[in-house]
Design a protein. Structure first.
Length: 347
């Protein structure tokens, strides 16, 4: 199928010229200069085809180009019978082609480098460009750039950015492998390869959230890694929850007893949850405040709520405990709350 696509590309160009030639012959059939003009126009067409497809790797195209090259040489002899004029044309043609090639290559290189820079910036790897540039200058067909950093005293992220040289001799960003190493009792490591299509949907920060087990909203669909299922490529399966699945994060947030009523702060919170982050908020009910962490849970159509020890709780259990405990214990709880105050960002 791929060879067919490339063959049709060249065939379409030639068919287009033949159609144009037939129209011109009918339109100017009485012209005495028609034949010579058509030969020169055809020669220019052949030169452009040879220049346009000179780097093709397709066998059928390379065969067709060799035939066109022979046809071009025949045309040159026909248009310029004198050997000196043939030599002069070929010399000038070579100079012009080399100049065009240099200009085109320069433009394409700038365009390719800008696209690569944009992709790295969009995916959160902008600072890696200098390292990527050093690898590109080595001219290898493909290479991998490693990046590693600590997010906190427990979590380490490692990325491997993959690049490959295309037919034009420029480099494409083909994907990145991310691994999250959590230095807990089990020293757990999770990793996932984001292919060329997923690179368009996720960045390095979202990779961390996904590997942490949280869901990310992208292009209207919640996506979350399934750590219990792996595909044939040894990658975790990616669970998807479309809008029609029924999770409404705005509604879920509105049902919380948030201490803030500022809509801009609430919108900022919702945007952060859509990015897959776990956020610290303050809940208040009947004069009682609770500081908790929340995150999106599209699969169960709700928000996960954690206490300051990151143990999952419910809103009801939080405020029931607050109401039922003795006053002395409530005072103790307030002291504990003050200890975690610096850890939580009030919303």
């Amino acid at each position: 199928m791929n060879n067919e696509v490339h063959t049709n590309r060249l065939e379409s160009e030639i068919a287009g010229w033949n159609s144009k030639e037939d129209r011109l012959k009918k339109l100017f059939k009485s012209s005495s200069s028609l034949e010579n003009s058509l030969l020169k126009e055809k020669l220019r067409f052949y030169e452009s085809i040879l220049l346009k497809y000179k780097n093709t790797n397709q066998l059928d195209e390379r065969t067709a180009l060799q035939i066109i090259r022979n046809e071009r040489n025949t045309l040159i002899k026909k248009i310029y019978p004198d050997r000196f004029r043939q030599y002069f044309y070929k010399l000038m043609s070579k100079i012009v082609v080399e100049r065009i090639n240099a200009q085109k290559e320069s433009r394409e290189e700038l365009k390719s480098n800008q696209l690569l820079t944009d992709n790295l910036e969009r995916t959160g790897f902008k600072d890696a460009y200098n390292k990527v540039d050093r690898y590109m200058r080595l001219g290898q067909d493909k290479f991998t750039v490693p990046i590693s950093y600590y997010l906190n005293e427990h979590d380490q992220m490692n990325h491997s950015l993959h690049f490959i040289k295309n037919e034009q001799g420029h480099y494409d960003f083909k994907g990145f492998n991310s691994s999250l190493h959590h230095q807990n009792g089990n020293n757990e490591t999770r990793q996932y390869y984001f292919n060329v299509e997923e690179v368009k949907a996720f960045n390095s920060e979202q990779a961390y959230e996904l590997l942490s087990g949280r869901a990310v909203l992208t292009a209207g669909t919640w996506k979350q890694l399934d750590f219990n299922q792996k595909g044939v490529d040894n990658n975790y399966q990616l669970k998807e929850f479309h809008e029609s699945y029924g999770f409404n994060i705005e509604k879920s947030v509105s049902e919380l007893f948030l201490k803030t009523s500022d809509q801009s702060e609430i919108n900022s919170l919702i945007d952060s949850l859509k990015e897959g982050r776990r956020e610290a908020v303050t809940l208040t009910k009947e004069g009682t405040e609770c500081k908790v962490y929340i995150e999106a849970n599209p699969q169960n159509k709700c928000l996960n709520i954690y206490n300051e020890n990151l143990r999952k709780v419910t809103v009801e259990s939080l405020f029931r405990v607050k109401r039922d405990v003795p006053l002395k214990l409530q005072s103790s709880l307030k002291l504990e709350d003050n200890k975690v105050k610096s850890k939580c960002r009030k919303i």
